[in-house]
Structures are given as structure tokens and as C-alpha cells.
Design a protein around this ligand. Structure first.
Ligand code: NCD
Length: 310
């Protein structure tokens, strides 16, 4: 597995069951040994730089906590746009070249689609894409897939809805790339017309013969779903605040409409949530989003171990 991965830029790189199985069993191993110290010095002497030009809670902290739990150390800038030399006009390429001379791997979040790919071209060390604008967020998709596969064993035959901001939601873009690995999935793409999935991803689904429907409401499909993947409308990507206002509260799961869902359904969300999930459903066994975020720690530990333990 180690030789196959240098940079982590797109979910495309993980379209390989053997690779995923190895990564996920390592994540399970990380979880099982979280408190007993088996991996406590695995990455001793290594340094991870987390370079975030956009806000983050889960992604940055789980990478940093994961690195520390493996015995490594962390260099971080959480507002790289203001606190790094970007404000003085330094290019992303120059910043990455320099940071790559100090750290053994770089986790990068940047508002520009394609930024991680640009960084990887000049970086002497592995670059991990932690979100490139409305492009991709591959490590989030890995933890999403890990969470579903742990609970459901396989995604074969599942009815899955992706709901909310399918236009700008990078977690959706990465997650759907995994679907060709499974058989007979039915996918529902629920969004207002203006936030529907970009053509390039629709083409991808068609090319891989994934059966999908585009809908503007989710009421009729709630009883059919095995996985409901909710997303936040990405306010920061809207040029016109009025357009955001029109679409911000369209899909909400609350204690009333959750009743229409199967007992075995999984409600997921990459978080942060705004209004899409009522806190009143948090204690329902179908609410998976906090366990999903916790899994992010173990999947990212597995990834760091794979990239850096050589
Ligand atoms: C997501 C992101 O940054 O794309 N957050 C995350 O990493 N869990 C989702 C979002 O911001 O809505």
C-alpha cells in the first residue's frame, strides 16, 4: 500500500478495494489500540504541517491529534491566508516548497479548486488535500465510507441520498467517486436546481452506470433510505448573499420527519451543521454524525501511518 500513495489529492486514488480494506483495517487497529500505546511512538521524529487557508475544526484537529497520538509533532497555521506569507503576496507554490523543507508531510486546505494538485507538483513531501475550494475533500470521503462500511458491511444494494449543496459541497464530490466500487446502489441527488451536482460528476455517475435520480425534495424518498448524507449550504461560496438566503433552509431533519425513516437508516453529515439537523435528533440511534467525526481521527491516523511510517 505504501508504494502506491504519495500525495492524497483525490478520492480517485482510492478506487481499489485492497487499498481501502488495508486502510480501514489499519483504522480499526488504531481505534482498538487508541489507549494502550501500541502506536505511541510509530511516527516519533516526524513533523506534520497543517496549513489551512480556510477555517476547520474536525479536519485540522483530527489530523493534529492523530499525528500526536502516533508520536509525531505538528506545525500549524490555522489562518494561513492572514498569518503566513500569503498576505505578503507569496505564491502557494513557494509556501509549499518552503514548508516541505521543514515538515515530513503537509495537510493543506485552500479556497482554490486544484490547489492541492498544484502544491503536490512542487512539494518534496506528501501533500494531503484537506479541501480545495468546491473541489474535493478525499479524507472526509474516506472517513464517510469507513463509517458506512463498518455499520453496513457493504454498500451493495443501498439506497443513498446526498442532500443539500451538491454544487459546492466538496465532501459529496469525493464521496460519490467511491460508488463504482459497489453493486446496485440507488443514489438520490436532492438539491434545489441551482445547487445540483456539477455536470462533470453527473457524467462520472453515468460513465460508471450508477443509477441516480435528481430531486428537489426528499419527503417521498425518506422511507427508502439506508444512508441519508446531509450537507450544509456552503455560504462562503456564494457571490450573492440573497441567493444563499433563498436556499439555506430547504432541507431539515427533525423529530417529526425522522419518523418516516427506517430503523436501520444512517443519518450522516460531514459537519458543521447549521439548520439541517435538529439537535433534537442527536440521541436517536440513526444519528451517526458524531461517531462519523470520531472515525475521522482513526482514518487519518491510518493514513498518516501509511504515508510516513517507512
Ligand atoms: C466540510 C468541509 O470543510 O468541506 N467540513 C469538514 O471538513 N468536515 C463540510 C462543510 O464545511 O460544510
Amino acid at each position: 500500500m505504501q508504494s502506491q500513495l504519495k500525495h492524497v489529492i483525490s478520492a480517485d486514488q482510492f478506487l481499489d478495494r485492497t487499498l481501502l480494506d488495508k486502510l480501514f483495517s489499519l483504522a480499526q487497529e488504531m481505534e482498538a489500540h487508541d489507549t494502550n500505546g501500541k502506536y505511541r511512538t510509530a511516527l516519533a521524529g516526524k513533523i506534520l504541517a497543517t496549513v489551512f487557508y480556510e477555517p476547520s475544526t474536525r479536519t485540522r484537529f483530527s489530523f493534529e491529534a492523530g499525528m500526536m497520538k502516533l508520536g509525531g509533532e505538528v506545525l500549524t497555521t490555522e489562518s494561513a491566508a492572514q498569518f503566513s506569507s500569503a498576505i505578503k503576496g507569496e505564491s502557494i507554490e513557494d509556501s509549499i516548497r518552503i514548508i516541505g523543507g521543514y515538515a515530513d508531510a503537509i495537510v493543506l486546505r485552500h479556497p482554490q479548486t486544484g490547489a492541492a494538485k498544484i502544491a503536490a507538483k512542487v512539494s518534496p513531501v506528501p501533500v494531503i488535500n484537506a479541501g480545495d475550494g468546491s473541489g474535493e475533500h478525499p479524507t472526509q470521503a474516506l472517513l464517510d465510507l469507513y463509517t458506512i462500511s463498518k455499520e453496513k458491511k457493504s454498500l451493495d444494494g443501498l439506497h443513498i441520498a446526498m442532500v443539500g449543496d451538491l454544487l459546492y459541497g466538496r465532501t459529496v464530490h469525493s464521496l460519490l467517486k467511491f460508488l463504482p466500487l459497489y453493486k446496485k446502489i440507488t443514489l438520490y441527488l436532492v438539491a434545489p436546481a441551482k445547487l445540483q451536482l456539477p455536470q462533470i460528476y453527473l457524467e462520472y455517475l453515468k460513465k460508471h452506470k450508477i443509477s441516480f435520480q435528481q430531486l428537489s425534495d426528499f419527503k417521498s424518498i425518506l422511507p427508502k433510505l439506508d444512508v441519508l448524507y446531509m450537507t450544509r449550504v456552503q455560504k462562503e461560496r456564494f457571490a450573492d448573499p440573497n441567493e444563499y438566503e433563498q436556499v439555506k433552509n430547504l432541507y431539515v431533519i427533525d423529530e417529526k420527519n425522522i419518523k418516516a425513516m427506517k430503523k436501520s437508516a444512517m443519518i450522516m453529515h460531514p459537519l458543521p451543521r447549521v439548520t439541517e439537523l435538529s439537535p433534537k435528533i442527536d440521541n436517536d440511534p440513526r444519528a451517526w454524525y458524531f461517531r462519523q467525526a470520531q472515525n475521522g481521527l482513526y482514518v487519518r491516523m491510518a493514513l498518516l501511518y501509511t504515508l510516513l511510517c517507512r
